[in-house]
Ligand binder design. Sequence first.
Ligand SMILES: *[C@@H]1O[C@H](CO)[C@@H](O)[C@H](O)[C@H]1NC(C)=O
Ligand SMILES: *[C@@H]1O[C@H](CO)[C@@H](O)[C@H](O)[C@H]1NC(C)=O
Ligand SMILES: *[C@@H]1O[C@H](CO)[C@@H](O)[C@H](O)[C@H]1NC(C)=O
Length: 436
Amino acid sequence: MKTECSMLFLLFSFVTAFVFNNEIETGYKQVGDKFKTLLWKYLSKTSKPGVIDFLDFEEHLKSLKAHKKPSFGDYYILRGSLNIPYAEIVEPFSAWIDFEAGDSRIDFYGGMMKTYQLANEGDYGVMYRVAPMTTETVQNEMNCFQITGAGDSPVAPQGVIPDLDDFEHVSDEVIEGEDCQVWRNITTSGDKTNTYTLWLKKQDGHAVPVRYEMKGFNNILGSHYDHYYIDYEEFSPEKPDSGVFKVEGVATSCHEFPGPGLDHVYTFNPMKEFIYYHDKHVEDNFDQFKRHHKRNYHNETEQESRKNVFRHNLRYIHSKNRANLSFRLGVNHLADRTQAELKVLRGKQKSSGGYNGGLPFKYTKKELRDVPKAFDWRLRGAVTPVRDQSVCGSCWSFGTAGAIEGALFVKTGKLVAVSQQVYFSTDFVDFSSTFC
Ligand SMILES: *[C@@H]1O[C@H](CO)[C@@H](O)[C@H](O)[C@H]1NC(C)=O
Ligand SMILES: *[C@@H]1O[C@H](CO)[C@@H](O)[C@H](O)[C@H]1NC(C)=O
Ligand SMILES: *[C@@H]1O[C@H](CO)[C@@H](O)[C@H](O)[C@H]1NC(C)=O
């Protein structure tokens, strides 16, 4: 039996060495891997000394393979979507990457926001961001901002596929009917263990990315603190036309971006966080948030979990702002709270489901056909400033006050801020009501 195994092993070495040499020339061959899998199954069953040799050989093969990682080339064009389940984000993007020329461009939400990272412009490169902007004076005007690189922070092209240098080929899997190789890197730092996985397939002799996923586990919290993945939908290993790197769609020249650099990563190069493991902007923003809102967490554990909530809220804020929606989000004192905590603040009064004394809506559908698409009562002076109910849980009184203020304005032309407090104070008849 021993001899049989050794013979088999010799045969295997010969065949694999042949297949492997061939691999070096022409890229990975499915045949090689399938053969190895079959042989592996056979040898595992026999559990004889030959298996040990096989394991050594497999190690040897791995170390040889390490020198020949699949590469996505010096340039490519692709389309994909960034998915962040915790922040409920699915963000489509298109990317044109040319490492050879030092240029990259990534558009988000079908071009609602365009970002450019051009390494060869000026001494240290320039980043641009083009997006529609609405202010007190202009509506949806395309605006361009720029950030000039510096000696200590030069601009570099931003890829959208991770570098496989530190990854290992761990297995093969079928994803959506396609044979894929699974490449993985597990990094442990402090209390965190991050698992990065890239699925790729071979197409026309090229490596083509299929999906990239990050899962971060925090050992102190005993839970996953991060999870995001990128689905790659279209990949083409072609050199982008240099024309796509010309900043487009802007009538006026680009303005230098004002203010401190805390949000640069979020607004000028969001992919840096997801592809190049960039975390400093989260740390910096969180430190600023803590100072500004005078946060004093009880212990390390709470601080860590607050920071993670903050991380996901910031991703949500910036992703929504990239989407050219009719509103813009910003960081306020609630940015380190979870959805469950915020829900408690919003409060809700259960209704009995029966008739509540309200009057029927008096206009017919036909009458409503001619109303304008948008009508902003703020511009006509009918709305008082935003008020914050804090921990009050009395949304009903704020809603009522707003409706009465508006109706009073329409009737009298005078804007009077009515008091929520009066409602709570007169609500003692029924003690089940919420007030503060
Ligand atoms: C942004 O949205 C506004 C309003 O829907 C629209 O008029 C405008 O064209 C959009 N901008 C871009 C770049 O698509
Ligand atoms: C993962 O990548 C890091 C560097 O980013 C490297 O130090 C580490 O050895 C890699 N781990 C594995 C399992 O390849
Ligand atoms: C940390 O503080 C939280 C309260 O915010 C508490 O629930 C938790 O038990 C504390 N953990 C330790 C290890 O002291």
